[in-house]
Design a protein. Structure first.
Length: 221
């Protein structure tokens, strides 16, 4: 998974720029964006209420998926947060619910303490940057690409971004796995041949169910 020195340098600089842009958003803007994203997830992905969901503890101005995920949990979802096991290895997902005991993980990001491992069926992935093909720029550790390569069937991947996170491309490599959907404060996009396509909530729901059927071969539990 080694990158050329030129691409590695570009991604490092772009990562810093995009994180700074996200952090510069006002609290008011982030709150409004989060409410909009929550709504798109509720209306566009009803299958989340019946799936095992991997989400992230918010970091450096990321969207906070915990409130809407907790709503899905009440409806039957099982939630999990990622834990770094070791460098250059897939992530481990540990069951999470509001109020569960937590411990400090890598970068002091909280992870559940002693809960069961969960294999996510859907991943809500906060991205640093998102390209026009559904390619993503993360924090540079390669953890999500390794994780997605290790899970079969591959989870439905929903990238969560802000519009300030847009780039024309992240120059995806062979090991980079494209997202199935991108959700921002302005709406939902689905990955199609050649790029991303804006879809309404009902179309997103149908596409998500079709992806589930193709990967899991059975209705959502």
């Amino acid at each position: 998974m080694a990158l050329s020195p030129e691409l590695a340098a570009w991604r490092k600089a772009e990562r810093a720029r995009l994180i700074a842009a996200r952090m510069a958003l006002s609290v008011h803007a982030r709150t409004g964006y989060a409410a909009a994203i929550d709504g798109f997830l509720r209306r566009g992905f009803p299958l989340l209420a019946r799936a095992s969901i991997g989400l992230c503890w918010p970091f450096q101005g990321e969207y906070d998926a915990r409130p809407v995920a907790a709503e899905f949990r009440v409806l039957g979802a099982r939630l999990a947060l990622p834990s770094v096991v070791a460098k250059a290895t897939p992530l481990e997902f540990l069951e999470w619910w509001p109020g569960v005991a937590m411990r400090a993980g890598v970068y002091d990001i909280p992870v559940p303490a002693g809960t069961e491992r969960v294999v996510p069926q859907v991943l809500l992935i906060p991205v640093v940057g998102v390209g026009a093909q559904g390619d993503r720029l993360g924090y540079g550790g390669g953890f999500y690409d390794r994780t997605l390569a290790a899970i079969a069937p591959r989870p439905i991947c929903i990238a969560i971004a802000h519009e300030v996170s847009r780039v024309s491309t992240t120059y995806p490599q062979d090991h980079d796995i494209l997202m199935d959907f991108v959700v921002t404060e302005t709406g939902i996009e689905a990955a199609v041949a050649g790029g991303l396509e804006r879809v309404d909530e009902s179309a997103a729901a149908r596409r998500a169910e079709a992806l589930w059927a193709a990967r899991y071969g059975a209705p959502v539990r």
